[in-house]
Design a binder for this molecule. Structure first.
Ligand SMILES: C[S@@+](CC[C@H](N)C(=O)[O-])C[C@H]1O[C@@H](n2cnc3c(N)ncnc32)[C@H](O)[C@@H]1O
Length: 279
């Protein structure tokens, strides 16, 4: 399995072994609706005729796209990275990104941020803090492995950056949806106010997006396309409204094994991550 060079928050890399056997390979096309760090499309690209890679963060899609095209973004990002012990350089890069964003600046920021986590405020300005880290030998290794693999398929991959429900639904496609966390379910079954958990890209997730996503999933199903949606069903006693609703409608649900307590050291909080499919 190929690890992409982004250390992306919410990456499904550790769950790939459990996801790969479950995708519907009878469809010729694959759509990675919420591609993020790209660990999914990267590892199914040899199984489909065409792949569509989408994420609402256009500079993130720009990184993927530029990496498949050539080495310019690699040298540019290396040059932009502030390096270690350089908080001032980080602040300058962040200001520069917020004034005039480019994919290379975003990648440089991601590599230098606290815990490698990107984070945006409600005005979509990058606001993560300096993590005293940078491009390193491990990044070089990961980039080399990634580009050697992905460039073989460059004619089969298309990139888009739109909000999920602007994507065309094609009955010949397998849609993989790995959205930001959804809102919780109240005791009476209605939708609660809070998200089940938080992530740095939640600024791009609007209040009613989980309802729109629920409708989009039904649209995929009604067209005769295949879908797999993954997400946290239960966390610390709370239930995700959208996933719970799909399960109650009879779609297939499988739990994933992932010991979040070990990874995130969240004490005793119990988390169940699931995948739901229509096939
Ligand atoms: C859980 S992450 C996906 C992680 C990915 N599967 C991986 O392995 O790296 C969710 C992604 O959804 C994206 N996103 C947020 N709102 C979106 C929207 N309205 N439409 C499309 N993508 C969106 C975020 O930018 C983020 O990259």
């Amino acid at each position: 399995m190929i690890e992409t060079p982004f250390n992306y928050t919410g990456s499904k890399f550790k769950l790939l072994e459990q996801l790969l056997p479950v995708f519907d390979y009878n469809k010729p096309y694959f759509v990675d609706v919420f591609a993020g760090g790209g660990s999914i499309y990267t590892n199914v690209v040899d199984r489909y005729q065409k792949i569509l890679v989408n994420d609402v963060i256009s500079d993130l899609i720009g990184i993927h796209k530029n990496l498949i095209l050539g080495d310019d973004i690699i040298s540019e990002t290396k040059e932009l990275c502030p390096g270690k012990n350089n908080p001032t350089g980080f602040t300058e890069l962040r200001n520069s990104y917020n004034d005039s964003p480019t994919p290379a600046k975003l990648w440089g920021l991601m590599l230098s941020s606290t815990n490698n986590m990107m984070r945006f405020n409600q005005k979509f300005k990058y606001n993560q803090t300096y993590g005293d880290r940078s491009w390193n030998a491990n990044t070089d290794k990961k980039v080399e492995t990634f580009v050697n693999h992905i460039r073989q398929y460059k004619n089969n991959i298309k990139f888009t950056s739109v909000t999920f429900n602007e994507l065309y639904v094609n009955k010949n496609a397998m849609y993989y949806l790995d959205p930001p966390y959804g809102r919780i379910k109240n005791e009476d079954g209605s939708i609660g106010k809070k998200q089940i958990s938080e992530a740095g890209y939640n600024a791009f997730w609007k209040e009613n997006d989980d309802i729109k996503l629920y409708e989009f999933i039904h649209q995929i199903n009604n067209e005769g396309a295949s879908f797999m949606v993954s997400g946290v069903l239960n966390h610390d006693g709370k239930v995700c409204w959208m996933l719970d609703k799909l399960i109650s409608e009879g779609f297939n649900c499988r739990p994933l094994n992932f010991d979040y307590n070990k990874v995130s050291r969240k004490g005793e909080k119990e988390t169940t991550e699931v995948i739901i499919t229509n096939y």
